[in-house]
Design a protein around this ligand. Structure first.
Ligand code: GLU
Length: 481
């Protein structure tokens, strides 16, 4: 079994395409098959090397390992379509000489005119076949006029084709309804991907084409080309596309759609992989957090839903939080570091053990790696200016009392060793429980919610705690009550 993921490098890797890659990868691994990465870059205007590189980087980040591709020769290359133009030319010449394809000299304007004909709608437009049987003389005249022809594939009339789709079951097509003779080579001499895909699939010995159902309508055309060239036909499986919460095709206006942005916002590759791999089907036991191996053992094309899955941004975030909480601490600390730096902290100056201790406390409060940026100040800032909630607590009678008691306390005989154990138990105040802890937390951390004080205090350190108490005393402790 050989499968392929065939992105067009015209932008960042979209989560929908990442899902296609993940499905291919899992099915390949499950069956000890080979997975190929083929770059479909014949649209020179829209394709770029940067995009190709970013797609490869994102796939690798997700943990997808292809066996053959532009960077890994497996004997079926080249793996970029732009490097295979000579191969396609041979096939086009064959189709032309066998009259299975023909030159079409219709200009864009003429084609537009045809679309306006009374029985044609732009949607259901079928090429009239005007250039199907030009004489040699007519061709020469057009050439002399300087017209650059396209090449069209001659679609036979009224033949029914049945595709046994691995997800959709039997899908019927009739060649009279697929849009007429379609273009296989543009007037600039570059072949259309819809045509060369099947040549590559055959030459690369692809046995199973697993892709989004936006390509379903291409399938009868590809089968016709394969048959007219005597090429083998792969098996097909077309999965539904991901929709946004409003059931429209998932797009930027719904939220983040590029893998790159998920990464930079602090999603873990394991979580995104897990989420995308589980879209559109469910594990037998209903589990949602699964290792790739567990997903692999359960996933099956026939299990993939025929209905489009809805992308649930909140669920992905929740899943990410679960991964952050169970991740190995050392590795998680490494992943947090760039996000701490991005929040403006000189993280390289923080002792590693200390940093890991901080991470082990803060991970509980992070759904995204970037969440640490607004929390780590508790441990690294000198003063934590109380936020709005903390400020309103510290302005109450209790807040003022605690600010004063804490200040008195640090004036007493305390030092670094007895500070943490006695701050909570020996503050000169009759306030207890929540009335004491909430203001105290607001003073020390500048927030109402967050880590347990007794865990956080030793990591915040004596000097900082002292400074924060002094600061809040100045700001609130001198209040009226
Ligand atoms: N290059 C096509 C795309 O990015 C995929 C073609 C295929 O999978 O057959 O949509």
């Amino acid at each position: 079994m050989r499968v392929r993921f065939a992105p067009s490098p015209t932008g960042f890797l979209h989560v929908g395409n990442a899902r296609t890659a993940i499905i291919n990868y899992l099915i390949a691994k499950k069956n000890n098959a080979i997975m190929i990465l083929r770059i479909e870059d014949t649209d020179r205007e829209r394709s770029s090397t940067e995009s190709e590189q970013s797609i490869m980087r994102d796939l690798a980040w997700l943990g997808i390992k292809w066996d053959e591709g532009p960077d890994r020769d497996g004997g079926y290359g080249p793996y970029r379509q732009s490097e295979r133009l000579d191969i396609y030319r041979t096939y086009t010449d064959r189709l032309l000489s066998e009259k299975k394809a023909y030159y079409c000299y219709c200009t864009r304007e003429e084609l537009e005119e045809m679309k306006k004909a009374p029985d044609q709608g732009a949607e259901s437009y079928i090429y009239s076949g005007k250039c199907r049987s030009l004489t040699e003389k007519q061709r020469e005249d057009f050439e002399r006029e300087g017209r650059k022809p396209t090449v069209r594939f001659r679609v036979p009339d009224n033949i029914s084709l049945t595709v046994q789709d691995g997800i959709k079951g039997a899908v019927q097509f009739n060649t009279s309804n697929i849009g007429g003779d379609f273009i296989i080579v543009r007037s600039d001499g570059i072949p259309v991907f819809n045509y060369i895909v099947i040549i590559d699939d055959a030459l690369m010995k692809i046995t199973h084409v697993i892709r989004g159902d936006d390509h379903l309508s291409n399938t009868p055309k590809q089968i016709l080309v394969a048959r007219s060239l005597g090429l083998p036909e792969p098996e097909y499986a077309h999965h539904t596309l991901i929709l946004g919460p409003d059931r429209a095709k998932l797009s930027k206006r719904h939220g983040i759609t590029s893998v790159e942005t998920y990464r930079s916002q602090g999603y873990l590759s394991e979580a995104l992989f897990n989420y995308l791999a589980m879209l559109g089907w469910a594990a037998e036991g209903g589990e949602e957090i699964l290792q790739p191996e567990q997903i692999m053992s359960q996933i099956d094309l026939s299990k993939l839903s025929k209905n489009s899955p809805i992308f649930d941004f909140q669920k992905l975030k929740w899943m990410n939080g679960i991964y952050i909480r169970k991740y190995e601490l050392d590795a998680l600390t490494d992943l947090f570091i760039p996000h701490i730096a991005r929040a403006g902290y000189a993280v390289e100056t923080v002792d590693r053990r200390h940093l890991e201790n901080i991470v082990s406390i803060l991970r509980k409060y992070c759904d995204l790696l970037s969440d640490i940026g607004r929390l780590i100040g508790i441990f690294l800032d000198e003063i934590c200016t109380p936020d709005e909630e903390a400020d309103s607590i510290l302005k109450t009678d209790e807040g003022i009392q605690v600010a004063r008691a804490a200040y008195q306390f640090i004036q007493s005989e305390i030092n670094e060793t007895n500070f943490f154990s006695s701050l909570i138990t020996r503050m000169p105040t009759s306030l207890k429980g929540k009335s004491l802890f909430m203001p105290l937390r607001a003073i020390i951390t500048g927030r109402q919610k967050g880590p347990e004080l007794d865990q956080a205090l030793p990591l915040i350190g004596f000097d900082r705690c002292k400074k924060r108490i002094e600061y809040c005393y100045e700001r609130y402790g001198k209040g009226i009550p």
